[in-house]
Design a protein around this ligand. Structure first.
Ligand code: EPZ
Length: 434
């Protein structure tokens, strides 16, 4: 199990390029199943969750090979009959294959997706919506099995703007007979990226980027070349690393347009953020060079951050739940008292105990509200990562703390960060992994 050794208390200085988005790459790779053709998916992060999705696609009969910074996926020979044990057990962490398999094969079998440390992670919204589209689910030998004679379009109303449910409905709807509307759809950039990929493959989707999506199903789909956008959560992680340690960094290729709430929060903490603009077009297709393009984000932060009277997570474009743990870590050494409210998951304060062992003064006020009294300095300690974003937050705490820290359980962090150790060393941090 990888362990990070960190010598903390050093302001950050340098520049780092932001990797492709995990949460955009996963549903887009799943969607290649729908085309029966070859797609060239660029800028895919080299992380465990993506490699897992690739092996699931291969177990379904897709031919996938690494090409440059992405993958060539040929799904011509895919078939449900190839569904083997590990594909079924592995599905849980690649839930977006549910909609893709129903869209391509009209059937799916998967292990019951249990809960995880940040919450129950139910899939009732996914199942209810897909049942409205003609899928019947049953339990067979401890597995969840779904079958659909023919998927049909439906009017779906989501009571929660679930990212995964929106993605699964989209993946089924593009192959369904008739028109599907999704009211209350998630507006996260990763959903928009999936819509852009599907549209590039020939799908007909209206309302992209809004909470009301309309999909005319049955359009013939073909492969395409598509570049995965940069990861806004990884960019936000390094932005908060700078706010927590002080210093000045350049986050190359950061998706600034998707980070408004995050930048606003960092500036409330005392940071100064400036979007870096370059001449030319920035993409490799040579489009509209006269407009210029956002090439990254400059962040400058004082030695000690300011407290936040209130920070509340919300669905996009609000402050993202995936950056809540990083903001919490930073606020533990802010000048003043802060209050953080988590509104998306019911158990996303698991990192509190470890932060307290580093000297943080955090009080659990309710199940989803914590109160933080900033201390001048955290002290280095040996702490264990228990989930992806909480683990990244502990790395930030180690960078901020005085003295040496050891972060174990980094296999969780490697699920979402291509090379967080190297990235942070590029920003001047003293961190090594063993
Ligand atoms: C996606 O998870 C992301 N994962 C999460 O990122 C992210 O935190 C989350 O969206 C919210 O933005 C991927 O994209 C792979 P949801 P997802 O369905 O789709 C409840 C990370 O760190 N809900 O939007 O699973 C659910 O319990 C991960 O990269 C139901 O009640 O999230 C939660 O409370 C962590 N019933 C809320 O909705 C359902 O059927 C939001 O969940 C589905 C969800």
């Amino acid at each position: 199990m990888t362990t990070f050794h960190i010598h903390g208390g050093i302001p950050l200085q340098g520049e780092v390029r932001i990797q492709g988005s995990k949460n955009a790459a996963l549903p887009i790779l799943a969607a290649t199943l729908l085309t029966g053709d070859t797609s060239d998916i660029r800028n895919c992060p080299q992380i465990a969750d993506v490699q897992h999705m690739v092996s699931l696609l291969q177990s379904l009969g897709c031919r996938v090979r690494r090409s440059g910074d992405g993958y060539l996926v040929d799904s011509a020979r895919a078939g449900a009959c190839n569904m083997s044990g590990d594909a079924i057990t592995g599905m849980r962490s690649s839930l977006c294959l549910l909609g893709a398999m129903l869209g391509r094969f009209g059937e799916v079998a998967m292990e019951h997706p249990g809960g995880c440390v940040i919450g129950k992670r139910p899939i009732d919204l996914h199942l209810k919506a897909l049942e409205k589209m003609g899928v019947s689910f049953s339990e067979e030998g401890g597995k969840l099995v779904g079958k659909a004679g023919r998927l049909r379009g439906a009017d779906i109303r989501l009571s929660i703007a679930s990212v995964g449910a929106t993605e699964n409905i989209l993946l089924a709807a593009v192959q369904a007979e008739g028109y599907t509307t999704i009211t209350g759809a998630a507006k996260e950039p990763e959903v928009e990226a999936l819509c852009r990929y599907l549209t590039a493959c020939g799908a007909h989707i209206e309302g992209v980027g809004s909470s009301i999506l309309g999909i005319r199903g049955g359009e013939p789909l073909h492969g395409t070349k598509f570049s995965v956008p940069a990861d806004r959560i990884v960019a936000g992680t390094y932005l908060f690393a700078c706010v927590g340690c002080g210093g000045s960094v350049l986050l190359e290729n950061a998706p600034c347009g998707q980070l408004e709430a995050v930048i606003q929060t960092a500036e409330r903490m005392g940071a100064r953020c400036q979007i870096d603009r370059r001449e030319g077009c920035g993409c490799d297709d040579g489009c509209s060079p006269d407009r210029g393009y956002e090439s990254g984000l400059y962040v400058q932060a004082p030695e000690r951050p300011q407290a936040l009277s209130r920070l509340r997570t919300a669905v996009y474009p609000g402050f993202p739940t995936d950056l809540q743990s990083m903001a919490l870590a930073v606020l533990t050494r802010a000048d003043g008292k802060s209050c953080i409210e988590e509104t998306i998951f019911e158990n996303r304060f698991r990192v509190v105990d470890a932060l307290q062992s580093m000297g943080a003064d955090i009080q659990r006020y309710t199940q989803n509200i914590v109160l933080v009294r900033g201390v001048p300095a955290l002290r280095g300690a040996r702490v264990e990562a228990r989930e992806l974003r909480g683990g990244a937050a502990l790395v930030l705490a180690g960078l901020m703390a005085e003295g040496e820290s050891e972060i174990t359980g980094c296999v969780y962090i490697e699920r979402g960060y291509e090379n967080i150790g190297k990235d942070l060393r590029d920003l001047g941090a003293r961190i090594v992994s063993v």
